[in-house]
Structures are given as structure tokens and as C-alpha cells.
Design a protein around this ligand. Structure first.
Ligand SMILES: C[C@@H](C(=O)O)C(=O)SCCNC(=O)CCNC(=O)[C@H](O)C(C)(C)COP(=O)(O)OP(=O)(O)OC[C@H]1O[C@@H](n2cnc3c(N)ncnc32)[C@H](O)[C@@H]1OP(=O)(O)O
Ligand SMILES: [Co+2]
Length: 134
């Protein structure tokens, strides 16, 4: 059911510093910061030949990554995003398997303008999973 690895997300305490590190130290192709108010984050995408890295920084008072950064003040890998062809079919299959779909269970539009859903990290070996319909 899951397809390509769309991105690996890293929560970072200083977005400008992380952006500069990927651009200058690692020599990567780094995009511009993008506010995602519906998701409570500002994101920067880094284009790699085979996938993307998403740098995440909290946006607003109720950011879902605030607790993670409080626990990991120097940052850390936050989630992996897998592509699916049919996100509602994927959601229903996962729910039937007992996985917890986060939020209200309905897809939101993600940073690429496509529907996304998140699955509880405790149901997947401590790894928060994002699904994106492509
Ligand atoms: C723009 C979009 C896109 O790409 O298109 C995005 O990616 S938006 C990316 C940001 N959006 C999201 O992440 C939306 C989905 N996430 C959420 O709803 C939340 O972040 C949760 C995953 C429910 C966690 O929320 P919160 O940290 O407030 O809850 P909590 O403190 O009760 O955490 C429950 C347990 O999960 C652990 N936990 C929390 N975040 C985790 C993570 N990212 N990876 C692995 N474990 C994690 C905590 O340490 C804790 O474990 P212990 O109990 O063992 O201490
Ligand atoms: Co993401």
C-alpha cells in the first residue's frame, strides 16, 4: 500500500541555522521557508535526488511539534512521509487494523497541496508516520 518515501522531517530549534547548514555545509538544494498555519509549523524543503528533507519549526501557540522540541531541544527526526494512491482507502484499512489516525481522522491539505494524514507514533515502533496522497 505505501509507496515512495516522500520526505523525512526534522524538527529544528533554529530554522535559519538549519537551512544554512544544509545549503552551505551539506551543499544541498534548499527551498524558502513556507508557513503552514493549518499545521502549526513553518517548513523548509530540501530537495535530494531520491527524496526530500522537511525542516520543521513551530508556528503559533498550539504547534503539534512544540512538545517534541521541548523534549528534544537540539532537534530530532520527527516523522517520515510515505506516498499512497488513495488516502481514504489507506486510512480505512489502517483503522481496521487498529492504528490510531491523528486529528479528526479527515485528511488535511499538506505542504505540497495534497491530502495528508498522520498515524500515532506509539502504533508504529515510535515513529510518527505521515501519509500523502499523490
Ligand atoms: C506540513 C505537513 C506536511 O509535510 O505536509 C507536516 O508534516 S506537519 C508536521 C506537524 N504535524 C504533526 O505532527 C501532526 C500529527 N502530530 C500530532 O498530532 C502530535 O505531534 C502527536 C504525535 C500526537 C504528539 O503530540 P504531543 O507531543 O503533544 O503528545 P504527547 O506528549 O502526549 O506524546 C505522546 C507520546 O508520543 C511521543 N511523541 C511525540 N511526538 C513524537 C514523534 N514525532 N515521534 C515519535 N514519538 C513522538 C512522546 O514522546 C510521547 O511519548 P512518551 O509518552 O513515551 O513520552
Ligand atoms: Co511532513
Amino acid at each position: 500500500m505505501i509507496g515512495r518515501l516522500n520526505h523525512v522531517a526534522i524538527a529544528v530549534p533554529d530554522l535559519g541555522a538549519a537551512q544554512a547548514q544544509y545549503a552551505d555545509t551539506l551543499g544541498a538544494r534548499v527551498g524558502a521557508p513556507q508557513d503552514e498555519p493549518d499545521h502549526g509549523v513553518t517548513v523548509v524543503f530540501i530537495e535530494l535526488p531520491n527524496t526530500k528533507i522537511e525542516l520543521l519549526h513551530p508556528l503559533g501557540e498550539d504547534s503539534p511539534i512544540r512538545g517534541f522540541l521541548d523534549k528534544n531541544p537540539s532537534g530530532g527526526i520527527h516523522h517520515m512521509c510515505f506516498e499512497v494512491e488513495d488516502i481514504l482507502a489507506a486510512r480505512d484499512r489502517l483503522k481496521a487494523e487498529g492504528a490510531r489516525v491523528l486529528g479528526n481522522g479527515e485528511p488535511k491539505i499538506g505542504a505540497h497541496g495534497k491530502p495528508v494524514l498522520f498515524l500515532h507514533p506509539k502504533d508504529f515502533n515510535g515513529c510518527l508516520i505521515e501519509l500523502e496522497q499523490v
